[in-house]
Design a protein around this ligand. Structure first.
Ligand SMILES: *Cc1c(COP(=O)(O)O)cnc(C)c1O
Length: 646
C-alpha cells in the first residue's frame, strides 16, 4: 500500500466532516487534541472529558471491547431538559395544567436505565409507560407509590388488571388505556369485584397521518386504538355502569421519530377535538397523552428527512402547549395535564457502542509485471491499453471500457477459458485503472455520478469487533442511520474511505450508510484513518440508547456485549457505576438449549477415545480440554491480548 500523504488537518475540520456539532446535542464534540469528548452540565459549568480517557480507564478495570458505554449524566440531563422545556413553555403562555411525562419502558428496559430515570425523575413526577405485564411489574417495583403516572397500554388480561387495581390501593396511579372495547368489561368486572374504582384512558386512532419511517402506526387503518364508533360504544358502556367519571385520560400515538413539526401540531389539534367532546359527554378527563414521536436528529440536518427533525425541543413544547390552549380555551374547557411518552429522545443520547478495528481490506492493485506475458489473453492486453491511455478528459470512457473488459474476463473464467492467474492479472489491471481514475478525480468525496460505483468499489473494508444484528439491529432491519466516527486521531487527515463490516460473516453484517453533513443526506462510505501497526483504532456508534439493546439477536451466536455505565463527577473524574459482563459462549449456547456441561462431557469422551487409540497423549488431552473450557467461559467477540499496562 502507498504510504499515505499526510495532509494538514485539524480537529475543527473533523468536527465538520462528521457533523458532530449538529447531532451531538451539546453533549459530544471534538477536542483540540483530536479526541471525541463528552460534556455534561453542572451548577458551576460544563465538565468535558475525552471518551478515549474514559475508555482506557474502563478497559484497565477489565471491561472488554466491544462494549456499550452509557453516560448516566446524559440520561438525567435529557429528563431535565424535557421537563424544563415543557415547564418553560407552559409558564410563558400562562398554561394552567402541568407536564406529567412518562418513559415508555419498551424503549430501553435495562434495569439500570429505568432506575436512573425514575430516581432522577422523581423531582419532576416523571412516570412510566408499561405495554405489557412484565413492564407493569418493572414499573411497580422501581417506582414508589407517590402518585406518578403509570400508563398501562397494550392488551390487558385479568391478571394485568387485578395487579394494577390492587397496586392502586398502595397509592400507585395506574391508568388503563383501552386499546379495544373488549378490555372494558373485564376492567368493570374486576373493579366491582375488588371494590376499587379504576382509572381509565382511551386510545384513539387519529386520522392525521405522519411522514417518517414508523408512519404505519398513524391514520384510520392504524392497528391500535379505538375507532370513533368504538369510542362511542365505550362512553355508553361507562355511562351505563355509572363510571364515566373514571375516564380521565385521552391517549394517541402517531408513531416514533416524527420528523415534521406540522404533523405533530396536526395530531395535537385532532386529539384536542376528541378531548373537548369527551368532556362534553361528561367524562372527568384531566390528562391529554400525546404518546411518543419526539424525534432525534440522527443526521444533524434539522430537516424533515426521516432520520432528522425540523424542530427543537423548545419548539415542540411551545407548539403543543399553544395548540392545546387555543383549542380548549375556545371551548371554555380547563387545560389538561399534558402527558408525553417520549422514549427515543430521552435515552438515545446516553449510550454508544464502542469497538476496535481488527483488520482492513484495501482494494489496491498488487505490483504489476513490467511486461504482460506474451500469451496473455486479448482482453488483458485491452485492459493494459486502457491503463496506458487514461486521459483526464475521458475518465468515464476509460472507466466504462475497463469495466467491460473486466466483466468479459470474469465470464471467460466461469466458462473455464482462462485460469486463476489470468483472472487475477486482469483484476489487478482493473484496480490499477480505477485507482488512477480516482487520483484524477480531484475530490474523491464528490465523485461525479457518471463514475457511479467507483467509490464503493474502491472503498476499504474495516472489520469491526461487533455484530450489527446484536448491537445495532435497526441498521439491518430498517436502514436506520447512526452517527459513526473514530474516537481519536482527529488531528490527522482521515484519508481512507471505508465501509464497516462486523464479524458475523453475513453479507448484511455491515454499515454502509453514513450521514453526510455537507449534503444533509447519506453517503455510502465513511472517511477513516489508515491503521497504524500495533495501535488500537476505536470506532464509536452514537445515539444508540433507544431500541437497540433488547431488539438484538444472536446471529452467529454473538451475544450481548459488555455494558459500562459511567457517571461523570464535577471535579472531572468519573466512576464506573455499573458494569455488566457480556454473554459468555456457554451463555449463548444455553439460550439455544445446549447444556454447556453436556457439551463438555461429549468433548471429553471424544478426547478420551483419542487417547485410547493413541492419537494424542494424556497431557495433550488435558491441554485440549483446558482450551475448550476457556473458550466456553470466554467472550463471544474477538478477544484481544491484554498486556500488563493495558
Ligand atoms: C413506542 C411507543 C412510544 C415511544 O415512542 P418514542 O418515539 O420512542 O418516543 C410511546 N408510546 C407508545 C404507545 C409506544 O408504542
Amino acid at each position: 500500500m502507498n504510504k499515505p500523504i499526510a495532509l494538514p488537518w485539524s480537529a475543527a475540520q473533523s468536527a465538520e466532516l462528521y457533523g458532530i456539532r449538529e447531532w451531538g446535542n451539546n453533549y459530544f464534540s471534538i477536542s483540540d487534541k483530536g479526541d471525541v469528548t463528552v460534556s455534561v452540565a453542572f451548577a458551576e459549568g460544563d465538565v468535558t472529558l475525552s471518551l478515549m480517557d474514559i475508555l482506557s480507564g474502563i478497559r484497565q478495570r477489565g471491561v472488554p471491547l466491544p462494549m456499550v458505554l452509557r453516560i448516566e449524566n446524559i440520561l438525567e440531563s435529557q429528563i431535565a431538559r424535557l421537563n424544563n422545556a415543557f415547564a418553560d413553555a407552559m409558564e410563558s403562555s400562562g398554561y394552567q395544567g402541568q407536564y406529567r411525562g412518562v418513559f415508555p419502558i419498551k424503549v430501553n428496559q435495562q434495569c439500570q436505565v429505568i432506575e436512573t430515570l425514575t430516581q432522577f425523575g422523581e423531582q419532576f413526577s416523571h412516570g412510566l409507560e408499561a405495554g405489557s405485564k412484565a413492564e407493569l411489574i418493572i414499573a411497580l417495583s422501581t417506582l414508589t407509590p407517590d402518585g406518578r403516572l403509570i400508563i398501562c397500554n397494550g392488551y390487558k388480561d385479568e391478571e394485568f388488571i387485578d395487579l394494577a387495581l390492587r397496586a392502586q390501593r398502595l397509592g400507585f396511579h395506574c391508568v388503563f388505556v383501552l386499546e379495544t372495547p373488549t378490555e372494558l368489561p373485564i376492567i368493570i368486572e374486576r373493579s366491582e369485584a375488588l371494590g376499587i374504582r379504576p382509572k381509565i384512558g382511551v386510545r384513539v386512532k387519529l386520522s392525521s397521518k405522519v411522514s417518517g419511517l414508523w408512519n404505519s402506526t398513524s391514520g384510520d387503518r392504524s392497528i391500535f386504538g379505538l375507532t370513533t364508533n368504538q369510542l362511542v360504544e365505550v362512553i355508553d358502556n361507562l355511562k351505563a355502569h355509572n363510571i364515566l367519571d373514571c375516564l380521565e385520560l385521552l391517549h394517541y400515538h402517531l408513531g416514533s421519530q416524527i420528523p415534521n413539526i406540522r404533523d405533530i401540531r396536526n395530531g395535537v389539534l385532532e386529539a384536542c377535538r376528541y378531548y373537548v367532546d369527551l368532556v362534553k359527554e361528561g367524562a372527568s378527563m384531566g390528562y391529554l397523552d400525546l404518546g411518543g414521536g419526539l424525534a432525534v436528529d440522527y443526521l444533524g440536518a434539522r430537516s424533515n428527512h426521516e432520520h432528522s427533525k425540523n424542530y427543537s425541543l423548545a419548539e415542540y413544547c411551545t407548539d403543543v402547549v399553544e395548540v392545546v390552549m387555543s383549542t380548549l380555551d375556545a371551548n371554555d374547557i380547563p387545560h389538561p395535564h399534558i402527558v408525553t411518552e417520549s422514549g427515543r429522545a430521552t435515552v438515545a443520547y446516553s449510550s454508544m457502542l464502542l469497538f476496535d478495528i481488527l483488520d482492513v481490506t484495501h482494494f489496491e492493485a498488487a505490483p504489476l509485471p513490467e511486461l504482460l506475458p506474451q500469451q496473455a489473453h486479448e482482453l488483458i492486453h485491452n485492459l493494459q491499453a486502457v491503463l496506458e491511455n487514461i486521459a483526464p478528459k475521458a475518465l468515464q470512457e476509460c472507466y466504462n471500457d475497463a469495466t467491460y473488459y473486466r466483466d468479459e474476463l470474469n465470464e471467460l473464467f466461469k466458462r473455464g477459458q482462462i485460469n486463476l492467474r489470468d483472472r487475477s492479472l486482469g483484476e489487478n489491471l482493473f484496480l490499477e485503472i480505477l485507482q488512477q481514475i480516482k487520483s484524477l478525480v480531484s475530490d474523491f468525496h464528490r465523485v461525479p455520478p457518471e463514475l457511479d460505483g467507483l467509490k464503493e468499489y474502491l472503498a476499504d473494508i474495516y472489520y469491526g469487533n461487533f455484530s450489527v444484528f446484536q448491537s445495532l439491529p435497526d441498521i439491518w432491519a430498517i436502514d436506520q442511520v447512526f452517527p459513526v466516527l473514530p474516537l481519536h486521531r482527529h488531528n490527522e487527515h482521515p484519508s481512507r474511505e471505508a465501509i464497516l463490516a462486523d464479524i458475523t460473516c453475513d453479507c448484511d453484517g455491515k454499515i454502509d450508510r453514513f450521514l453526510d453533513p455537507e449534503s444533509r443526506d447519506f453517503r455510502t462510505t465513511l472517511p477513516l484513518h489508515p491503521m497504524v501497526d500495533e495501535e488500537d483504532y476505536i470506532i464509536g456508534v452514537f445515539l444508540v440508547g433507544a431500541y437497540q439493546e433488547t431488539l438484538g439477536d444472536l446471529h452467529n451466536l454473538l451475544g450481548d456485549t459488555a455494558v459500562a455505565s459511567v457517571r461523570i463527577n464535577e471535579d472531572g473524574s468519573f466512576d464506573l457505576v455499573k458494569e455488566l459482563e457480556g454473554d459468555s459462549i456457554a451463555d449463548v449456547l444455553s439460550y439455544v438449549e445446549y447444556q454447556p456441561q453436556g457439551i463438555l462431557e461429549n468433548f471429553r469422551q471424544t478426547a478420551e477415545q483419542a487417547v485410547r487409540s493413541g492419537k494424542i497423549s494424556a497431557v495433550e488431552r488435558r491441554k485440549l480440554l483446558e482450551c475448550f473450557t476457556d473458550s466456553l467461559r470466554g467472550y463471544t467477540y474477538y478477544e484481544g491480548q491484554m498486556t500488563e499496562t493495558d
